[in-house]
Write a protein that binds this ligand. Structure first.
Ligand code: FAD
Ligand code: SF4
Length: 456
């Protein structure tokens, strides 16, 4: 008789493993805490958890002298200067966080970064090349074609190259044969050109997998040795489902909580990274950059990269900056150009028993940001943005991971200390990739499906 396999979470990891296993004829139940987002509403439902910084006194004195740090904490009061909250973003519901992605499809390979995820997993004897290739074909991964670059993105590319930076087209999981260049990737792709994990969920269902929504899994049941099922809340009632194998893919901020509730504690919820990012922006009247396909090109600098990006934080910050200079300038979204600086931050975060996250910006993180800000500002000025208008958005993180890392919580077959309990999501990535992780997570989930099929 075939094993009952239960997958928790329908984002990048969960949807992939459900699709792969159902394709191989396995009996799969995919359980999701949320429901379908009504068309176009996913971004409105974006959630964030505030990570508290715990700064010891010596570190604090050092940080207080750092100009960038002073700038970033500018809007905080004296009372909470010790506690610069970092906003970590994620989304619950069918498709998980993939539904709000910008379609960036980085392989996170050693040619962009020596401590890339590819290298990190190779250290655990896990090769993902075949899985990356499969995923790239299925997800339509291609560098953004030249004709899809907006005019400001092209100007930025030319300016960057003039200043000596290699600006390459961003690989995207977009079917360009149906993309209408609307630039709305984060909010709603009405043409279905952008891949998200609902594509894989649909296939899994066609293969016979069952999807149960609005089922909030609380813990995994086991007899100390082997998995026996899951327990959660469905329609306000406690519900138990028996299973022979459970794959936990609830995302890096939820997976550790379920593990802890299930009595698995060693190394869980420690070591968190989130690929911290900021957006540097400046005033360029009527540039209409906010309507271009976001992050169309990128430049790699080892542990960080920079990429053209608009953030809604920027217009009011620029207005405020002008005000401080005694000028009244109305700044709307169409008048702003910007760059995202995304870094491989230190894995120094942890989640406590109550689910509160603690995470510091380290001196090394600040150093990387400073380098990126300098380069991004030079490019923005080169394209004609006002040098007196440069501002920096708050620090955020959209790629939380590392909270149940390989080598600490799971072994090289992605299995925990409990036989039959596996993890396939961003939690298992050992250290920050500093790059968009969906392709890595999809690759890992494909690998896990192969491991399970081989074993059975
Ligand atoms: C605004 C934004 C833009 C991004 N853009 C990109 C991009 O362009 N490229 C890229 O590679 N990455 C991008 N990312 C990051 C990427 O989306 C995530 O890293 C990735 O989706 C994580 O995959 P995952 O499987 O770990 O978790 P998720 O995709 O978050 O899936 C977790 C799922 O588990 C469910 N769940 C949680 N708790 C429970 C529970 N108790 N019971 C049942 N189900 C549960 C959730 O509802 C969710 O569906 C972006 C992130 C954000 C926030
Ligand atoms: S530019 Fe528009 S059509 Fe193209 S992928 Fe993004 S949202 Fe979809």
């Amino acid at each position: 008789m075939s094993d009952n396999i239960l997958v928790i979470g329908s984002g990048a990891g969960g949807a992939t493993v459900a699709r792969e296993l159902s394709k191989k004829g396995k009996k799969v139940t995919l359980v999701e805490k949320g429901n379908f987002h009504p068309k176009g509403s996913a971004a409105k439902n974006l959630k964030s958890k505030l990570a508290i910084q715990e700064i010891d006194t010596i570190k604090e004195e050092k940080l207080k002298k750092n100009e960038l740090y002073k700038y970033l904490i500018k809007n905080l009061t004296d009372d909470n200067v010790h506690r610069l909250n970092l906003e970590l973003m994620y989304l619950e519901g069918v498709g998980g966080t993939t539904t709000v992605s910008m379609a960036n499809a980085c392989y996170a390979c050693s040619s962009c970064y020596a401590d890339s995820t590819t290298t990190q997993f190779q250290r655990h004897d896990l090769e993902l090349y075949d899985e990356f290739l499969e995923a790239s074909q299925e997800m339509n991964v291609n560098p953004l074609p030249f004709e899809y670059r907006g005019p400001i993105t092209q100007k930025i590319t030319d300016a960057g190259e003039k200043l000596g930076f290699f600006m390459e087209a961003m690989p995207k999981f977009i079917d360009f044969s149906i993309c209408d260049k609307c630039g709305n990737c984060l909010f709603y792709c009405k043409t279905n050109a952008k891949w998200d994990s609902t594509f894989y969920i649909n296939e899994a269902q066609k293969n016979g997998a069952e999807l149960i929504t609005d089922f909030n899994i609380k813990r995994v049941l086991h007899n100390q040795k082997r998995v026996t099922g899951v327990e959660g809340v469905f329609n306000g009632n406690k519900k138990i489902i028996k299973a022979d194998k459970v794959i936990l893919s609830a995302g890096a901020l939820n997976t550790p909580i379920i593990l802890r509730n299930s009595g698995i504690k060693k190394g869980v919820g420690e070591n968190i990274f989130c690929d911290l990012f900021i957006t540097v922006g400046a005033f360029l009247k009527d540039s209409n950059f906010n309507q271009e396909i976001p992050m169309g090109v990128k430049t790699e600098f080892g542990p960080y990269f920079i990429s053209p990006h608009f953030s809604a934080y920027l217009p009011p910050l620029i207005e405020q900056k002008y005000k401080e200079q005694g000028k009244t300038v109305e700044v709307s979204s169409k008048d702003v150009v910007g760059f995202m600086i995304k870094i491989a931050d230190e894995s120094n975060g942890y989640i406590d028993k109550k689910g509160q996250i603690f995470k510091d910006i380290s001196s090394q993180d600040l150093k990387l940001f400073e380098e990126g800000i300098k380069k991004a500002s030079d490019i923005l000025i080169e394209i004609g943005a006002d040098p007196n208008s440069i501002v920096i958005s708050p620090v955020r993180g959209a790629h939380p991971g590392g909270s149940a890392a390989m080598g600490r919580v799971v072994d090289e077959s992605l299995q925990t200390e409990i036989e039959g309990l596996y993890i396939a999501d961003a939690s298992v990535i050992p250290r920050a990739p500093g790059r968009p992780p969906i392709l890595t997570i999809v690759g890992l989930a494909k690998k896990l499906a192969k491991i399970i099929v081989q074993k059975s």
